[in-house]
Design a protein around this ligand. Structure first.
Ligand code: MLT
Ligand code: MN
Ligand code: ZN
Length: 299
C-alpha cells in the first residue's frame, strides 16, 4: 500500500491567512526552518493506478496538481477512484464542491456525514447535475467495505458534529470515524484517525493491529488557542485530544504496537511544527513522526 500525504495541516493550513501567531509569523519571515502545509488530505493506493483520497480538503485543486500520481491519464480522466470521509468538518469536505467539473465521484461516508453534507446544502446541487454524478457508499462501523484494491473499515471515534451543524441535532456515533485500511494482497493495515477526542479500547485494538497509525495532532496543549489569545475554546471542546501533557495522546498511546506512528491534522499553533522545539523532540523520542505535505509511506 502506498500512502501519500497531500496535506498535513488542520483547518486553516500553515500559515493561516488571518493568523500572526509565532509559528505563522516565523514561517512567513523565514525565521522558522519549516515548510507551509496545506489542509489534511491523504491519498492511498494498492497499485499506484487507482488512488483513494482520505478526506477532501479545500485545497484539493493544488494538491492534485502538485502530485503527479493524481494527474489525468486521458482527455477526461482522474486516478481518484473514490473519496472516503472521516467526518463532516469543513476542512474535510469543502474540496468535494471543487470537484464539480462533471466527473462521476464515489464517496464513502457514514450516513450521518452524507446527510450533513447534502441536506439543505444548495451548493451540493453542483454535484447533482446528471444522474450518477455522485455515488454515495455507506460506511458502517465494524463492516469492511471493498474500495476495489483496498478494503476499509470504519471505527467509531469520540468526536462531534461539524461546527456548522452544532446544535442542529444531538451528536451521534456516525459523526466521526477512524479508518482501518487493509491491503488484501499483503495484509498490511493503515489506521487513519485524524480527529479524536479520546482513545477507546476499540481504537487501541485497531492501532495494535496496524502497520502504520496516523493520529490527531491538532494541538499540543488543551489551552493552546486560549494561551495565545486566538480563541476561547479548549482542544477538548473542539473534540481534539491534545498531544502533550498528563492526559495527552502521547501518553495514552504509549506502547501502541504499530511500528510507524505519525501525527497529522496539525494546527498552525502547535509547537510540533517547530523542528527544534522540546515538544517535537519529546514526540520523536517516543517514536512519533510529524506529517508534512509530500510525505510518503510504503507498507
Ligand atoms: C476541526 O478540526 O475541529 C474543524 O476542522 C474545525 C473547523 O471546522 O474549523
Ligand atoms: Mn479540522
Ligand atoms: Zn498561526
Amino acid at each position: 500500500m502506498h500512502i501519500k500525504v497531500l496535506g498535513a495541516a488542520a483547518g486553516g493550513g500553515f500559515p493561516q491567512w488571518n493568523c500572526g501567531c509565532p509559528n505563522c509569523r516565523d514561517l512567513r519571515s523565514g525565521a522558522l526552518a519549516a515548510k507551509p502545509l496545506t489542509q489534511e488530505c491523504v491519498a492511498v493506493s494498492a497499485d499506484d493506478k487507482r488512488w483513494f483520497l482520505l478526506n477532501a480538503s479545500p485545497e484539493i485543486r493544488s494538491q492534485v496538481e502538485g502530485n503527479e500520481i493524481l494527474h489525468p491519464r486521458g482527455p477526461r480522466h482522474s486516478p481518484i477512484a473514490a473519496i472516503v470521509l472521516t467526518n463532516g468538518d469543513r476542512d474535510h469536505c469543502l474540496g468535494l464542491l471543487s470537484l464539480r467539473e462533471s466527473h462521476p465521484l464515489v464517496i464513502y461516508a457514514t450516513e450521518r456525514v452524507r446527510r450533513g453534507f447534502t441536506e439543505g446544502n444548495v451548493l451540493y446541487r453542483t454535484l447533482q447535475r446528471f444522474p450518477g454524478q455522485v455515488t454515495w457508499r455507506a460506511l458502517e462501523p465494524g463492516k469492511e467495505a471493498d474500495l476495489g484494491g483496498l478494503a476499509v473499515e470504519a471505527v467509531p471515534v469520540p468526536g462531534k458534529p461539524p461546527i456548522h451543524l452544532e446544535g442542529n441535532a444531538p451528536p451521534e456515533p456516525g459523526d466521526n470515524i477512524g479508518l482501518l485500511v487493509r491491503d488484501p494482497r499483503t495484509g498490511k493495515r493503515l489506521a487513519y484517525f485524524s480527529a479524536a477526542a479520546a482513545v477507546t479500547p476499540a481504537m487501541r485494538a485497531a492501532f495494535d493491529r496496524a502497520d502504520c497509525v496516523f493520529f490527531d495532532g491538532t494541538f499540543w496543549e488543551g489551552d493552546e488557542l486560549i494561551a495565545l489569545g486566538l480563541g476561547d475554546k479548549r482542544a477538548e471542546q473542539m473534540a481534539h485530544l491534545p498531544v502533550g501533557g498528563r492526559d495527552g495522546s502521547l501518553r495514552a498511546l504509549a506502547g501502541v504496537r504499530a511500528p510507524k506512528r505519525i501525527y497529522i491534522h496539525i494546527n498552525n499553533t502547535n509547537p510540533l511544527l517547530r523542528p527544534r522545539s522540546p515538544e517535537r523532540a519529546q514526540a520523536e523520542a517516543e517514536g512519533w513522526e510529524v506529517a508534512y505535505d509530500g510525505m510518503e509511506v510504503v507498507l
